[in-house]
Design a protein around this ligand. Structure first.
Ligand code: ZN
Length: 266
């Protein structure tokens, strides 16, 4: 079984922010919460089961996956050490609250990935702290809401691209465009094109330590991309691809076994 943990910020969907992130001024706070309540309704209209609830539902039906679904509002930001240590693949969706994730938690995620845990940041997780720490770049990009997107499969023999046609369309999706501030991917699997003319390296794999990372761009909270069968299939394939190959040994003991002839510098 692949133990998948979906970490979801949930701020917009819940229509609330953790207390420390709310404005101190009562009027400002009220206006912000009213604005957020409208946003939450818009998400519910597209995803009655929730944005990541929909993805959790889909992945739970895969016989080789065991899915745990957590969010920022839970104790220890939803990711206590015991859960992180029992996760093979961590999916991460965040937008408003990258700054609320403590550096220490982002560092723990980075360390787990280096030891073999798979990591799949989705959509607006492009500048999340764990990914920045793993890639060493900002993850910044160009964006515009309300475009249509054609996703091109530019690496059809890759395991993540299995069952995916040459291209498919997402009639409503946020434009994410270049320059995308990332290191050169180890595998580029999907390139997206938008009606506005932009292109974007929207499906990228990196290897870091013993771990694999897959970033995939669809998933704006008010667009129905997580109902699209190809988007879901890509994420399903990605979970299997980034799942640790040598994880049982490596997660317990991150370094290659030492032989009498050679030592590993730690
Ligand atoms: Zn978005």
């Amino acid at each position: 079984m692949i133990r998948v943990t979906i970490w979801y910020e949930m701020v917009q969907e819940a229509g609330r922010l953790p207390e420390e992130a709310l404005p101190k001024d009562a009027k400002e706070r009220e206006e912000l919460l009213a604005h957020m309540a409208k946003g939450a309704e818009a998400i519910k209209a597209v995803y009655p089961k929730g944005l990541m609830g929909t993805l959790a539902d889909y992945l739970s039906k895969c016989e080789d996956m065991e899915v745990t679904y957590v969010n920022l509002f839970m104790p220890e930001y939803g990711l206590p050490e015991e859960l992180l240590n029992n996760t093979d693949v961590l999916i991460w969706w965040a937008h408003w609250s990258h700054g609320l994730v403590p550096d220490s938690l982002a560092e723990k995620v980075r360390e787990r990935v280096l030891k073999g845990m798979g990591f799949i940041p989705l959509h607006s997780a492009h500048p999340c702290k764990p990914l920045q720490k793993l890639l060493g770049t900002s993850g910044s990009l160009k964006w515009r809401e309300g475009d249509a997107c054609r996703v091109w499969n530019v690496n059809p023999t890759h395991p993540i691209a299995q069952g995916i046609p040459e291209s498919f369309e997402l009639p409503e999706e946020e434009m994410y465009g270049e320059f995308f501030d990332i290191p050169k991917p180890d595998d580029l699997i999907f390139i997206s094109w938008y009606r506005g003319g932009e292109v974007f390296r929207g499906g990228c794999v990196w290897n870091r330590g013993y771990g694999r990372i897959f970033y995939f761009h669809p998933g704006h909270e008010t667009n129905p991309s997580y109902h699209n069968p190809y988007v879901l299939k890509i994420i399903e394939n990605a979970v299997r691809f980034v799942a640790p190959v040598m994880w049982r040994e490596n997660l317990d003991c991150p370094h290659v076994a030492e032989s009498p002839e050679s030592k590993v510098r730690k």
